[in-house]
Design a protein around this ligand. Structure first.
Ligand code: CA
Length: 234
């Protein structure tokens, strides 16, 4: 079945170029001109990937991405103004999978779409029901097939990268992972990101864990080294 690609872009000429290029490559593009229409289309029909313009007339692309990440880990590619480093970093921190600076060639964009789809399929973990229980009272349970992690019996609403980071930590309690190592393991293109992106994701994961139980913090920060999952449960 053709992959459904949601294109949220307010400039008709750009949108037309994108949708044409996607159809040529066998994708099923769906074009929406505003953030709200995009969110509505995603809620109604889903998508295999979202191409999201940063500058939109109503909700900005970042706002739309934040909204998407509340409930979905669908891959997101941002379209950004050329050289907008801030956009790139903010986008990745929000859980975007890639960004393409304008102007871009249709060929370049479809190549990125294919790469991100391939990556997200490869990232679908092997068919194991859950990782071995790390400790007697291990409070985490990983459902690899659903890309979900439960903490104290409650499933966490994690973005794709948050899931990947927490999974790495949960699989080896006590092991210290440097930010660099985490980026290598979690981002397929580490050069495109920054260490603070890991920090931002860890911060967001911690907030979600805290919402389940205030203390203790299951993630330990090792100053100058990185992060680990705590071992000494109860
Ligand atoms: Ca725009």
């Amino acid at each position: 079945m053709a992959k459904r690609i949601l294109v949220v872009e307010d400039e008709p000429a750009i949108a037309e170029t994108i949708t044409y290029a996607l159809s040529t490559e066998g994708f099923e593009p769906v074009w929406k001109a505003t953030g709200r229409e995009g969110l509505a289309a995603l809620a109604a029909g889903g998508a295999d990937l979202v191409i999201l313009d940063v500058m939109l007339p109503d909700l900005g692309g970042f706002e739309v991405c934040r909204e998407i990440r509340r409930s979905s880990s669908v891959p997101v590619i941002f379209l950004t103004a050329r050289g907008a480093e801030v956009d790139r970093v903010v986008g990745l921190e929000l859980g975007a999978d890639d960004y393409v600076p304008k102007p871009f060639s249709p060929r370049e964009l479809t190549a990125r779409v294919k790469a991100v789809l391939r990556r997200s399929e490869e990232a679908s973990p092997p068919k194991t029901k859950s990782v071995r229980k790390a400790a007697r009272s291990a409070p985490f349970e990983v459902d690899a097939e659903r890309c979900a992690i439960a903490y104290l019996g409650r499933t966490l609403a994690l973005s794709r990268y948050e899931f990947k980071i927490l999974r790495v930590l949960v699989e080896r309690p006590g092991w210290v992972y440097s930010r660099e190592k985490l980026m290598d393991m979690v981002w397929s293109d580490p050069g495109a990101s920054m260490e603070r992106t890991v920090d931002a994701h860890i911060k967001s994961i911690r907030a979600k864990l805290r919402a389940v139980r205030a203390e203790p913090d299951p993630i330990v920060t090792h100053r100058g080294l990185g992060y680990s999952l705590r071992e000494d449960w109860g």
